[in-house]
Ligand binder design. Structure first.
Ligand code: XMP
Length: 246
């Protein structure tokens, strides 16, 4: 943010250009994909066609930390770890240490825990290690309207001041994406919620996101390689113009 290109953002943008893609794959295994071999096979088919890959708690529980290390080995990332961290800073930092050591380039952390003794310790660690932090400032499900999303704008401002690399904002509430882009023209924004959750592919990009995080629409497809090609065509590839944004 602040017009500076952090190391994680550079890696993501470089990969996006190479893959000609604004898709970040969200890989959450079910059924046969709980086999590490099948998971690796799927990711091998998709990794050169996406800007990055997000792995979360379902993968960690299915394969264990060493399984995750093996899953990432030899594949093109960058890999983002989505544990939606929401603990005190001391524990957040401890978890992030382990995650970075496994080979992840960025972590996703909740902004609602607050900055002081919360988010700031993860951001500090990420800076030391040349890694990234993405802050969840709103969520895509209906319940997010009950509490979380009402404070989205404050959380964006606070996490931006804390030095996060970007925001996670939902495709299901495009008005939040539009407002985020209006307030922070230079910010990196990743948006989950297109496809399985309703909004059409490409809609979050139109509302101001830089990347769409896509899970089930790709992972559950019988032909993931064909599907990702179709999605890239539909979304128009990278077409990113200059970066950082002006
Ligand atoms: P689907 O299958 O719905 O998967 O395409 C979406 C992926 O993104 C995550 N997800 C979110 N993460 N804020 C987040 O930080 C959100 O509002 C949100 N909604 C979905 C989900 O964990 C899955 O991996």
């Amino acid at each position: 943010m602040e017009g500076l290109l952090g190391s994680f953002t550079s890696k993501l943008v470089e990969k996006a250009k190479r893959a000609d893609s604004r898709i970040v794959l969200a890989f959450d295994p079910t059924g046969e994909l709980r086999s590490l071999e099948r998971a690796k096979n799927l990711l091998s088919q998709l990794s050169d066609r996406v800007a990055g890959i997000k792995l979360g708690l379902p993968s960690l529980l299915a394969y264990g930390p060493e399984g995750l290390r093996g899953l990432m080995e030899g594949l093109e990332g960058p890999f983002i770890c989505d544990l939606k961290m929401a603990d005190i800073g001391y524990v957040n930092r401890m978890v992030a240490e382990e995650v970075f050591e496994l080979g992840f380039e960025a972590v996703i952390a909740h902004a609602f825990v607050g900055i002081r003794e919360g988010l700031e310790e993860v951001v500090g660690l990420a800076r030391e290690r040349g890694k990234g932090v993405l802050a969840v400032c709103a969520m895509s499900h209906r319940g997010a309207e009950e509490y979380l999303n009402a404070r989205c704008l404050e959380m964006m401002e606070a996490s931006r001041s804390a030095g996060v690399d970007g925001f996670i904002l939902p495709a299901t509430f495009p008005e939040l994406l539009r407002e985020a882009r209006r307030r922070y023209p230079e910010a990196l924004i990743l948006s989950p919620g297109v496809g399985a959750q309703g909004p059409p592919l490409g809609s979050a990009l139109k509302a101001g996101a830089d990347f769409e995080i896509v899970g089930r629409a790709l992972v559950s497809s019988p032909s993931p390689r064909l599907k990702v090609e179709e999605m890239r065509r539909e979304m128009g590839g990278w077409t990113g113009g200059s970066w950082p944004r002006r």
